[in-house]
Design a protein around this ligand. Sequence first.
Ligand code: PMT
Length: 216
Amino acid sequence: FTPKRLLGQRVLITAGPTSEAIDPVRVVTNLSSGRMGYALALEAARAGACVTLVSGPTALPCPYGVERVDVRSAAEMHAQVMTRCAGSDLFIAVAAVADYRPVAPSAQKIKKSADTLSIDMVRNPDILAAVASRPDAPFCVGFAAESHDLDAYAQGKRVAKKLPLVVGNLVSDGLGSDDNQVVLYDDHGRHPLPRAAKTEVARAILEHVSRLMKEA
Ligand code: PMT
């Protein structure tokens, strides 16, 4: 990998889960360790990019040379990304964003009473779709984590959000682990990468991205 392939590029990355409050002690969240997104941030910085990582709650240290912005909820992640995406050359959405949040989080701890509990939920903003639909959109890369039918769902997300590239992974391959096996989907088709450590996978993704950005 040419070490400075992204020299001078401004790269914005989301990573980790989001956490949506039910009450002061309970949340709804998605599973994500943040490892894949943090590996991309580190490798983009090593490749010479100026990297901002908007991160949901994780146990990981900030990658060397990267500016990290900590958020909790999807709404906070959305706000931080939208103030930073103008002027970015590349946006990579790796975060596992909770699709729904409780409509009215309780200010006080909800007490146990009935045997069942229903919580009204409302859709969160789609951060990647919002960035990709801007007139000044950076080159946008989406991720898709699926339990089955990876090709169909990943391609569907690429078409729905009009993205030049989606990185697909099976939940059983990518979630929480140190390595990953991904398939890249772009206008030229489907490109499976070999299973490898997330830093190595990140490097291969960025090589592919930098080739596509040159073509664009
Ligand atoms: O963090 P790790 O443990 O290393 O695991 C990595 C991972 C499996 C979380 C990662 O590789 C991955 O696949 N992330 C995407 C998870 C996912 O399934 O996203 P999604 O299908 O809900 O969303 C599709 C795309 O839209 C993603 O790029 C997502 O960041 C983005 N999105 C989704 C919803 C939303 N409200 N806003 C978004 O930006």
